[in-house]
Design a protein around this ligand. Structure first.
Ligand code: ADP
Length: 249
């Protein structure tokens, strides 16, 4: 197994996959891909392939877990056994429990939970293929799926990771950069207000590096936000044009 220092992370000003330091991987978003969920989204970020499904708001069971004042948001992040190099043992583990908690907290500030006392809003994120940054892809997908479900929200949440590889601050780390790099910092934010809703850090950054990374993440979240918005608008425009075709207008 290679160690940090043995990999040439930066060559001729480009990264291992040919990207610039501030360049996102390719993003593809499809909305309303599952007919049995109230809202859904398929999200690709480079080689990450992620599905999000939302149910609710609906009555919370068991009843003793209800909140009399607002809806409870449940978030389950799950990695498929075939999503990683070696088969992943199915079922929850420490990492998926942690990511589920962090992702729920990243989305909580935008969901108008007080509109639905005693209700549950369930969010399921399934990682079909992973290549680092799955938690950020999952948060992006879940945010769009919540909007698709018609859950009242203040805004969308957008998420990306920044980090340090080969001494450089870079955007949206891939698996090699994440595994062997010096630092990884996933961030979620309400892009239009630059409000951070989640921030984690694995590794060390100086204050200047942190600020540089934050700037990169803010710009990238604006880009992701525009793509999320466009995907949602595209979905509902398509529905409208299908309806008017049915009506013969
Ligand atoms: P994130 O996917 O949000 O970056 P991590 O930093 O924990 O989360 O993981 C980075 C990457 O490491 C994952 O995207 C995945 O490609 C790989 N990985 C995580 N867990 C496993 C596992 N159990 N087996 C193999 N690879 C894994």
């Amino acid at each position: 197994m290679k160690k940090e220092g043995e990999i040439e992370f930066i060559k001729d000003g480009k990264r291992v996959d040919g990207r610039r330091f501030d360049e996102l991987r390719n993003i593809k978003i499809e909305v309303g891909v599952l007919k049995r969920a109230d809202g859904s989204c398929y999200f690709e970020l480079g080689d990450n392939k992620v599905l999000a499904a939302v149910y609710g708001p609906r009555e919370m069971h068991p009843r003793h877990a209800q909140d009399a004042k607002m809806a409870v948001v449940k978030f389950r992040y799950n990695m498929a056994p075939f999503s990683v190099d070696d088969r992943k043992r199915p079922g929850p583990d420490r990492r998926s429990v942690e990511i589920s908690k962090v992702s729920r907290e990243a989305l909580d500030p935008v969901i108008l939970r007080e509109y639905y006392p005693k209700a549950a809003i369930e969010v399921y994120v399934e990682i079909l293929q992973s290549d680092a940054g799955t938690r950020t892809a999952g948060i992006n997908a879940a945010s769009v799926a919540l909007a698709d479900a018609g859950v009242p929200m203040r805004d969308l949440v957008s998420s990306v990771a920044v980090g340090k590889v080969g001494g450089e601050i870079v955007l949206d780390l891939n698996a090699v950069e994440d595994n062997y790099g010096e630092a990884d910092m996933p961030i979620a934010m309400i892009a239009r207000r630059n409000t951070i809703t989640a921030l984690q850090m694995d590794g060390n950054l100086t204050k200047d590096e942190f600020e540089k990374g934050l700037k990169l993440a803010m710009k990238a979240c604006q880009q992701i936000y525009e793509l999320q918005r466009a995907a949602l608008i595209g979905r509902y425009n398509k529905d409208e044009s299908a309806k008017s075709k049915d009506r013969g207008t």
